[in-house]
Design a protein around this ligand. Structure first.
Ligand SMILES: *Cc1c(COP(=O)(O)O)cnc(C)c1O
Length: 223
């Protein structure tokens, strides 16, 4: 059966518990595809690539909120800060400092999630679980940033069940940091789970899921 973006979005919104926010991960999608997702009820769009995002944001800007979800290079922060509503992928203290600096210039306070490298993969970005508390304490001192939670990818494997231990560990960290009562830190959002793993992520406490393929079809292969 052929499915459409509209049907995919409606099915997901029906399936997800009410407390879970759905971010449509829109890398490499056109403004028309994103527009269709918004018409179907998507309120949050996730983008990984700055250049690509800026073009699309021009076209559909005010109809949704924009979350930056990819690795952000410091020299691109100046484009992201004015155009995005949340940065989910703060993966280092120097990046946070640059965001703070750019926000200061605009008089903006940026909600962020701190990215955890829960799989401890050397090629991936993010704080190791054991480094997260110190990193968060440092970022929390920046006045133009508000830490609102954690994000993790987890290792990509074919088997969704294999992601569970990484989600469990990130959830534990989320609870632990929440109890520390660090000023300027609120553990409100836990962003984890993608097309193949979102059900497990929700079982393990995610309240933001980032889904691309299940909404838009396989990349490079329009549905
Ligand atoms: C692409 C991407 C997703 C969505 O992946 P799908 O498997 O297509 O659902 C989620 N999060 C991030 C950070 C991504 O880059």
């Amino acid at each position: 059966m052929k499915t459409s973006i509209t049907e995919n979005v409606k099915r997901l919104l029906e399936e997800l518990p009410e407390h879970v926010l759905l971010v449509a991960a829109a890398k490499s999608r056109t403004a028309d595809e994103i527009d269709e997702a918004i018409e179907a009820g998507i309120r949050l769009i996730g983008e990984n690539y700055v250049q690509e995002a800026l073009a699309v944001i021009q076209a559909v800007k005010n109809k949704a909120e924009w979350h930056f979800i990819g690795h952000l290079q410091k020299n691109k922060v100046k484009y992201v800060v004015p155009n995005f509503d949340m940065i989910e992928s703060v993966d280092s203290v120097p990046l946070a400092r640059e965001i703070d600096k750019r926000c200061n210039k605009l008089g903006k306070r940026m909600p962020v999630l701190v990215e955890i490298n829960s799989g401890r993969e050397p090629q991936k970005f993010g704080f190791l679980p054991e480094e997260a508390e110190n990193g968060i304490r440092e970022i929390a001192t920046l006045e133009n940033i508000k830490i609102l939670g954690l994000m993790t990818m987890g290792p990509r494997t074919g088997d969704p069940e294999a992601a569970r231990p990484y989600f469990v560990e990130t959830r534990r960290l989320f609870d632990k940091i929440g109890k520390l009562d660090i000023p300027n830190v609120e553990m409100r959002y836990l962003s984890m789970g993608m097309t193949n793993s979102y059900r497990i992520a929700v079982q393990e406490g995610a309240n933001i899921v980032r889904i691309g393929t299940l909404i838009f079809g396989r990349r490079g292969k329009p549905i």
